[in-house]
Design a protein around this ligand. Structure first.
Ligand code: GLA
Length: 399
């Protein structure tokens, strides 16, 4: 990437007061569990978004996306969702900060945010690949605003506020994983995050002779965000049914496999139509996956990467057959490595309907497997396979 301070100077004819860098993320295991109060095992990566920022005095927010060569200006005192998606990742965060400052006790938040600012951004996180480029933008922006206006927000508050921003301005009812991982990442460490209480533990990731490789389908099916919100609703419907018999169940985290079978399985006469069969499948997947993450972490601690990888395959099976968020392209990539003894685990990663698979591959075999997979993908789809070899890196920070 070019020096963003130079770009800022050229664009706005003044110096940036601050540059913030925020990473994308991978997730080893624990998919679609975050909004069900379950566990996830993400890590920040060495692909990132950078923002450069400085205050203005005229009440307008001037934004420029360097990679897209697009500029947008909006008034700081009338923030509304915008037709251009990257703009929403900035102003959605501004709206959250404004809301926060309006409700902060005794006007304790000094804010001249309404006077506006200049901001430009650039990045190398592939967009639509399921590596959370949007969360990285939101986290970079809130980190920069926090610093520039001395808001005193903790990184935990920032994660929650950027999640709200995504809900309101991007319309995706996402969980907390992406923002959390971008803000809290540490080099060479994965994070086990308990989404019920945001407790988190870092573990070094030692894969010995193996490495993580991402295979990018290079597609994002249009229904990704609407289906994402539908899955969330289906899980909530399941909880409502479970609650009738077990009032203590507040989220799928509280439900056991037995309770799901008893209350939701169609063969128990509980669910008589196709819709509730879906609800059963969704809830079964989530409850299985929450348990699987906890077992997978034990594998990791015991150094049993093989068993860990096996669980990644199980996750993919659940996401594809029960949760139904995979797609033919992702399934082709997982099926093509499933029986390869040098690939310990593979699964779709992130929200689904496109993006990447995450694979644990023997280092000495990576090049050969990339070649084979590129051929398979070219033969079976109309797309070209892209490969990302990422390192686990530090979370959001000032550059
Ligand atoms: C997207 C969401 C996350 C999470 C994953 C699926 O990345 O933003 O909150 O739900 O999908 O695990």
């Amino acid at each position: 990437m070019q020096d963003i301070r130079v770009s800022f100077q050229q664009l706005f004819n003044s110096s940036a007061s601050l540059v913030v860098q925020s990473p994308g993320r991978i997730n080893l295991i624990g998919e679609h569990t975050d909004y069900n109060n379950g566990f996830v095992l993400p890590a920040a990566i060495d692909k990132c978004v950078q923002v450069a920022i400085a205050k203005r005095t005229d009440g307008s927010i001037h934004m420029h996306a360097i990679d897209l060569q697009e500029s947008v200006i909006v008034p700081a005192d009338a923030i509304q969702p915008h037709a251009t998606s990257w703009v929403n990742y900035i102003i959605g965060v501004v709206a959250q900060v404004q809301k926060y400052s309006a409700t902060a006790p005794n006007n304790s938040v000094p804010l001249d945010l309404d006077k506006g600012f200049n901001i430009c951004l650039q990045g190398d996180i592939p967009i639509g690949a399921g590596l959370s480029s949007s969360a990285a933008v939101e986290c970079a922006v809130i980190f920069a605003l926090n610093e520039m206006y001395q808001l005193g927000l903790s990184t935990m508050q920032m994660a929650l506020m950027t999640q709200q921003s995504e809900h309101v301005f991007a319309g995706v009812k996402c969980g907390i994983m992406d923002m959390f991982a971008s803000l809290h990442g540490k080099s060479n460490q994965v994070m086990l995050l308990d989404c019920a209480n945001l407790h988190h533990t870092y573990y070094p990731l030692d894969l010995e002779d193996y490495q993580i490789v991402l295979f990018d389908t290079q597609i994002k099916h249009a229904l990704a965000s609407s289906e994402y919100n539908t899955r969330r609703l289906e899980c909530e419907q399941g909880v409502e049914i479970l609650q009738k018999k077990y009032p203590a169940i507040k989220t799928l985290r509280d439900a056991s496999k037995q309770q799901v079978e008893q209350c939701l399985a169609p063969n128990n006469n509980n669910a008589k139509n196709a819709i509730s069969n879906k609800v059963y499948q969704r809830c079964k997947y989530v409850v299985d996956e929450i348990e699987r993450v906890q077992l997978a972490v034990k594998d990791l601690l015991a150094g049993d990467i093989k068993s860990f990888g096996q669980k990644m395959y199980e996750t993919h099976e659940g996401l594809s057959k029960l949760y139904e968020v995979s797609c033919p392209e992702l399934d082709i990539l997982v099926n093509a490595v499933k029986d390869n003894p040098h690939v310990l685990g593979a699964r779709m990663m992130g929200g689904g309907f496109g993006g990447c698979t995450i694979n644990i591959i023997k280092k000495s075999e990576v090049e050969a497997i990339i070649h084979t997979l590129a051929d398979v993908y070219a033969q079976q789809t109309t797309h070209i396979l892209k490969v990302h070899q990422v390192k686990i890196a530090q979370g959001t920070h000032i550059k």
